[in-house]
Structures are given as C-alpha cells and as structure tokens.
Design a protein around this ligand. Structure first.
Ligand SMILES: [Zn+2]
Ligand SMILES: [Zn+2]
Length: 387
C-alpha cells in the first residue's frame, strides 16, 4: 500500500504502489508499462489523472523530441512519460500542503518553473531560465510535466501546488482538460499588453488554441473577431465560439479579406496559431500600423520574414510560450461562468490503453478530430473489476 513517509493519504482514496503508464521509446514509439506511483515532495500533491487531452506539441515531442528536455537531452528511451494537458483528483498531499484536500478535483497547468530565476520571480515561469535543469548536480527543481518531467499519459502524477487550478463539479473532465488551452490563448493576449474591449482581433489557424483564442477574445470584449483558416468545419465552430467573421484562405486572400472587413486599415491584434510558413508575413499585413502580433505556433523550418514592413510600420511581434502569469486561473474563471463552451473543440474520447489510436486520430485528424481526450479512470476501474 502507498504510504511514503511525510505524505498524507486518505483511506477514502487508497493509492496503489504501481500504476499503468505509457513511456516513449524510439521516436514515434510508445510502450504501455508499469511504473511506481510517484511521491510528492514539499509544496507538491499527487494527482490521480482522470482525463488527459492530446496536444499538437505532444505529437511534436513524441516524433521529434523538443521542446521536451529530459536529463539535459532528447526524451527517447529514458522510461519517460509524455502528456501534459490533464486533470484529475488530488490523491495525496506532500509534507506541509494544506492548500488542497484529498478528493478535490483539479486541472493543471504545465510549468512549475524553478521559482528562483528572474523570469519565475516575475510570473513568467513558462520561460524559466532553468528550463529542464532538474537532474544531477544542476537540480533547480524545474518541473514542466510532459516536457522536462514525467507527464500525464499514466494514472498518477505529482504536481507543484502552483500548477493546480480548482474546478467546479459542473465542469466535466473533458472540459477541464481544455482550461490550459484557453489559458494559453489568454496568456498570449495578456502578453500583448492586454486587450482593450472593442479592439479588433484576428486569429489565424483554427486549431484548439486558435478556436479558444476566438472565444477568449470575444469574452474579453474584442470587436470584430475574425478567424482565418482552411477547413470549413473548424471555421464553423469558430463562429459558434464567437467569431464575427470567418475567412477561408482557400477561397480568398486572407490579408485582403481581413483588411476589407475592418475598413481597410487592418486590425489591432493578430493571434497567430497556424504555424504556417507564411503566417508571420500575413499577420504583419493584417495588423494596422502600430499593431501587435502574438505568435503562439511555430513552423518546422526557418522562414524568411519581411523585416522592413515590420520596422516601417512599428509592428510588435511577441513569441509566447505556454500559459504563464496564472492565465489558467483566469481561463477557468471564464469557463466556470460559462462565458464560452470550450467543449465544442472536444471531439473524441478513448481509454488510456488506446492511446496510440487516440494519437492517430489527433495526428491524422480522422473523423474531423480536433481535441482528442484519453480517459484514465474508466480503464483503471475496469482493470480493478477484472482482477
Ligand atoms: Zn499543449
Ligand atoms: Zn525559473
């Protein structure tokens, strides 16, 4: 029975010593195995993972490696578990933790940061200067589950209390996995200087972050909100989430369409979520002079950028990483108030043992998959019942 010294557990929620977990072998290779249930330290809790969503960054990591960094290097063949967009139930408390209680439902953000560098001290823990330094004699305690520490494609994980967001019972497990995605969109808008109600926004790329970016911008009072993309089914969801206009870039030039929709001058902000090779050049032509562009996605290759246009027009470019400055808490506040229905981007659910199928759906967009969620709990319950 799980009873590590100094860790508080409850007989109402017994924790096993071992758990099922997926680990990354060679690039693209996942293996289902058993691992010891991890032990929370000071300021950490053990979370029983109930649901975990698959993110495009998971696919990037599983096939290519970065931005994961495990023991200072590539994540392959290190018995390492990927997955980062999860939610669950607090199952045990590390020494001294009284901020959360066992049995409480939470969702998580990814980056705990080191808590001691310049950026962490300013709330920018997603750009921690000690990223991935959590091993050997350079252990700065950095945690970004599913990036620099074990992640969520398993049954239990430890989380720093700073990465937990309490959720109401009215929020489903699937919806709760999307808080961090909405939080990323919210962090982007915060880093641009904070959207002022009534200002105009274009979101390029109707993936999960883009679609929830539309919802967040609208909830913040942006007008108009324009979504550009190439798939009509996703643009339609954008309209349901609050976009005033959608532009299918296959049918018309998106830069011209955006400028026409906004009086010829272009918009105040672009949130670039497509990662398309020409996305930056398009975005800097969609904003008006002095406008701001948030880059929330990245292309595989280096791409040429029209610097002269950016300089002549005083355009600001911001690269944003993840969901800093407690943006997930603000996203959760919007979602628990039902200011938008994030579940519109959730399309498929699979049990934990079917993770490879779930990943195939997400990667190949089978059956118009957008956000694919893996439920951990049903499989655990089934296994207990079978024993
Ligand atoms: Zn993600
Ligand atoms: Zn730091």
């Amino acid at each position: 029975m799980y009873a590590p010294p100094g860790v508080k557990t409850s007989k109402d929620m017994p924790v096993p010593d071992t758990m099922k977990a997926w680990v990354l072998g060679d690039p693209g290779e996942l293996k289902f195995t058993d691992k010891p249930v991890p032990v929370p330290k000071r300021a950490e809790v053990l979370v029983r993972i109930d649901a975990v969503a698959i993110c495009a960054t998971d696919l990037e990591i599983i096939w290519h490696g970065p931005p994961a960094s495990i023991q200072g290097g590539m994540p392959f063949n290190k018995n390492w578990t990927p997955g980062h967009e999860y939610m669950g139930t607090v199952a045990a408390l590390g020494p001294g933790v009284d901020e959360y209680k066992i049995g409480q439902r939470v969702t998580v953000e990814i980056h705990a940061g080191c808590g001691q560098c310049k950026r962490c001290r300013a709330g920018m823990y997603t750009s921690c200067h000690n990223y991935g330094l959590n091993y050997g004699d350079v252990d700065k305690g950095h945690r970004a589950n599913g990036f620099t520490t074990d992640g969520g494609f398993c049954e239990y994980q430890v989380n720093n209390i700073n990465t937990l967001v309490a959720i109401p019972d009215s929020m489903s497990d699937e919806e709760a996995t999307l808080v961090v995605t909405a939080g990323t969109a919210m962090y982007g808008l915060t880093e641009l200087g904070g959207l002022v109600a009534g200002e105009s926004v274009v979101v390029t790329g109707p993936g999960p972050i883009g679609l929830l970016g539309v919802a967040v911008a609208k909830a913040l009072g942006a007008h108009p909100v324009i979504l550009t993309g190439t798939r009509d089914n996703r643009l339609k969801i954008g309209l349901e989430l609050g976009a005033d206009y959608v532009v299918n870039a296959r049918n018309e030039n998106p830069v011209e369409a955006v400028r026409k929709l906004n009086g010829g001058k272009g918009v105040d902000y672009v949130v670039e979520c497509s990662g398309a090779p020409n996305a930056v050049n398009d975005a800097v032509r969609m904003v008006n002079r002095g406008g701001k562009v948030c880059l929330a996605a990245f292309p595989h290759e280096e791409t040429p950028v029209d610097v002269a246009h950016i300089v002549r027009n005083n355009i600001y470019l911001y690269g944003i990483r993840g969901e800093g400055k407690s943006a997930t808490h603000r996203a959760e506040a919007f979602m628990s108030q039902k200011r938008f229905d994030a579940t519109k981007v959730h399309t498929h659910t699979f049990p934990l043992e079917d993770l490879p199928t779930a990943i195939k759906y997400a990667r190949e967009r089978i059956d118009d998959a957008i956000k694919v969620v893996v439920k951990t709990r049903s499989s655990a319950a089934q296994r207990v019942a079978a024993e």
